[in-house]
Design a protein around this ligand. Structure first.
Ligand SMILES: NC(=O)c1ccc[n+]([C@@H]2O[C@H](COP(=O)([O-])OP(=O)(O)OC[C@H]3O[C@@H](n4cnc5c(N)ncnc54)[C@H](OP(=O)(O)O)[C@@H]3O)[C@@H](O)[C@H]2O)c1
Length: 303
């Protein structure tokens, strides 16, 4: 490791956080962040511990959170993005899951774009995941009937029994379209989209009037070209609205989101789980767990 200069701090990575969107960062095309260059460190969020400091804002032992990347050490300089120092006592696992970007994505996407009203029917795909499980629980807190879609009986059982969804459709074993018709006889008012493909098509066929489709992610197409839904015209007949968003859009409202999430957590109203892998050599394998569905909740890796 090179010696650090005046104004720099050296940090050792302690945790990495994995998100499906990182797959998109590898694509060579314009998006909300520039593509990761070939040969560059793969961009990734995480938590690091300051182990040496000549930087005015960081002391040895501080835990800092930022977009550090897949590397074991990071040099923090006074120029560029300054990582956030974590408040003492806040567990990194919690800061990267139920109080982190995944949960905030659920909060702003559901409430700001989905605008759920009490009594409405909300469907969430990727319902056992880091974002989806929180989106569904917030919908329940807002008085909605909430139906999840997830892969496999274990995930569906967790979604209903731990997270309190009214039902969960196992897309790997059930006929999604038939189950949606059965579980949402009045149609779907809000759809929180994490997956795309056939599940989106089934929801479009079962819309309520003035439905809102919150386009958060479409993971089923991140590694393949995804055939578009053949029935987008259902939006016209049902006066539906489909809107994408990126968490960064809400940068000025993070305090609001974190305060609400922390409040529900303290009241015992939010459940979450983290899937912690270990060892730097397992970084690529851990990333791929998001795409095989092996991850049980927020995917993290401890170094
Ligand atoms: N817009 C934003 O700002 C923003 C921010 C963060 C995340 N996101 C999006 O939110 C979504 C969820 O992210 P997350 O971090 O919470 O991940 P996650 O849901 O914890 O993990 C990904 C899950 O996706 C499911 N999946 C993978 N391939 C699939 C396929 N072909 N068909 C159906 N399901 C598949 C798997 O669940 P099953 O086992 O149930 O198949 C897997 O566990 C992603 O689409 C992500 O891109 C958007």
């Amino acid at each position: 490791l090179p010696p650090i200069d005046e104004g720099e701090a050296l940090a050792a990575m302690r945790w990495l956080s994995f998100e499906p969107a990182m797959r998109g960062w590898m694509d060579d095309r314009a998006s909300y962040l520039p593509p990761v260059e070939l040969g560059a460190v793969m961009r990734a969020p995480g938590v690091a511990e300051i182990i040496e400091s000549r930087h005015p804002d960081y002391a040895v032992g501080d835990l800092v959170q930022g977009l550090f990347g897949w590397q074991e050490h990071v040099v923090i300089r006074t120029t560029g993005d300054q990582p956030r120092t974590m408040p003492p006592g806040l567990e990194p696992e919690m800061a990267m899951s139920v109080l982190g970007g995944s949960a905030l994505t659920a909060y702003f996407g559901l409430l700001d774009i989905g605008q759920p009203r009490p009594g409405e029917t909300v469907v969430v795909s990727g319902a056992a995941g880091a974002v989806g499980s929180i989106a569904g629980q917030i919908a329940k807190l807002k008085g909605c009937r909430t139906i999840g879609v997830a892969g496999g009986p274990e995930k569906c059982a967790w979604v209903v029994e731990a997270c309190g969804f009214d039902a969960c459709i196992d897309y790997k074993n059930d006929d999604v379209a038939a189950r949606l018709r059965e579980l949402c006889p009045e149609g779907v008012d809000v759809y929180f989209e994490n997956v795309g493909g056939a599940i989106l098509e089934a929801v479009l066929d079962n819309l309520a009037m003035h439905a809102r489709l919150v386009m958060c992610g479409m993971i089923s197409g991140y590694n393949d070209t995804q055939p578009g839904p053949s029935n987008l015209s259902r939006l016209i007949a049902f006066r539906g609205r489909m809107q994408g968003f990126i968490l960064f859009d809400y940068a000025s409202r993070m305090h609001e989101g974190t305060t609400a999430l922390a409040g529900w957590l303290q009241e015992g109203k939010l459940r979450y789980r983290t899937d912690v892998q270990r060892g730097f050599e397992n970084v690529p394998r851990t990333f791929l767990r998001l795409f095989s569905g092996e991850n049980q909740g927020k995917q993290l890796l401890k170094l």
